[in-house]
Design a protein around this ligand. Structure first.
Ligand SMILES: [Zn+2]
Length: 293
């Protein structure tokens, strides 16, 4: 089986060929240009698909809440305008006659970790992805849990600060306003005046500056607060943390050092780990799901 897999994020679209043995090859990354809207993204996807021959499945992992049974984006924030309601599966299948599977990017990444990565052999776990926002996925009894309208697991929009910062969802004080990579970047900028990306903040010469380290540590406390909330709701055996910033082992180490002292005793079995598949998780997960249709 030959699968063409996409991972549509707010910043970049990644795509690659996936073999029947789930090996990635021919990897590419192009800018999403999300501000140009959902139709623009679909046009990009279509023009990429038309460059390939003998594809058995199209697998699309995307930002936004997705009804994967029908392949529809049921909700997208203004990060990608005019994406809500997009019938991605129908559009692609009508044009190319190739069976197509669409899944939310965090769910797809969780599925990737469940089948090939950090949660291999785990029947239950939660996953959180840190980036522009904080995404979440719930995996119960060897399956993604989707909720009544395919929108479960929006951990990023738990309200951790009532009356707090304005969020892209329309709410105030959401977890992701304080715990996302973007939140760290913004707070470092506020305190130092320097505009740095996540990797630069953790570069040795910055990381060792007390004023930057203190912002990092405050940010990790925000991450921990949200993790404790969801640990008390789900009592999960494992939580997988993903997103590029989680490659910095300092973060997981500090979470590990602090969180167990804050949890009630009977929740301390939870195992908090880094994602294993990194940027490939979403493409691998959705490719796996597409191979089942
Ligand atoms: Zn929100």
């Amino acid at each position: 089986m030959k699968i063409l897999a996409f991972d549509i994020g707010g910043t970049n679209i990644k795509y690659a060929l996936v073999s029947g043995k789930f090996k990635l090859s021919d990897k590419h990354e192009i800018p999403t240009e999300a501000e140009l809207g959902g139709q623009h993204i679909i046009n990009k996807i279509k023009s990429i698909i038309s460059e390939y021959k003998d594809i058995d499945r199209i697998a699309i992992s995307t930002a936004g809440q997705v009804d994967s049974e029908n392949g529809i984006v049921v909700y997208s924030t203004d990060n990608i305008p005019y994406y809500t309601g997009m019938m991605v599966k129908r559009i692609i299948e009508n044009e190319f006659s190739i069976p197509t599977y669409v899944e939310n990017d965090v769910n797809a990444a969780a599925m990737g970790e469940a089948v090939f990565g950090a949660a291999k052999n785990d029947s239950d776990f939660l996953s959180l992805t840190f980036g522009t926002g904080v995404g979440g996925a719930i995996y119960i009894n060897n399956n993604l849990y989707k909720g009544s309208v395919s929108s479960a697991g929006e951990f990023g929009h738990m309200i951790t600060h009532a009356g707090g910062k304005q969020c892209t969802c329309g709410g105030e004080g959401c977890y992701e306003c304080y715990a996302s990579t973007k939140a760290l970047i913004d707070s470092v900028k506020r305190s130092t005046g320097l505009e740095m990306n996540g990797r630069e903040i953790f570069a040795e010469n910055n990381f060792n500056k007390p004023e930057i380290r203190s912002e990092i540590d405050k940010w990790i406390d925000e991450i921990i607060a949200g993790l404790i909330n969801i640990i008390y709701i789900f009592n999960p055996p494992k939580i997988v943390l993903g997103g590029g910033i989680m490659n910095e082992s300092y973060i997981i180490d500090l979470i590990d050092r602090k969180i167990y002292n804050k949890l009630m005793d009977n929740y301390k079995n939870v195992n908090i780990v880094q994602s294993k598949l990194g940027n490939d998780a979403g493409m691998l997960g959705v490719a796996y799901l597409s191979s089942k249709i």
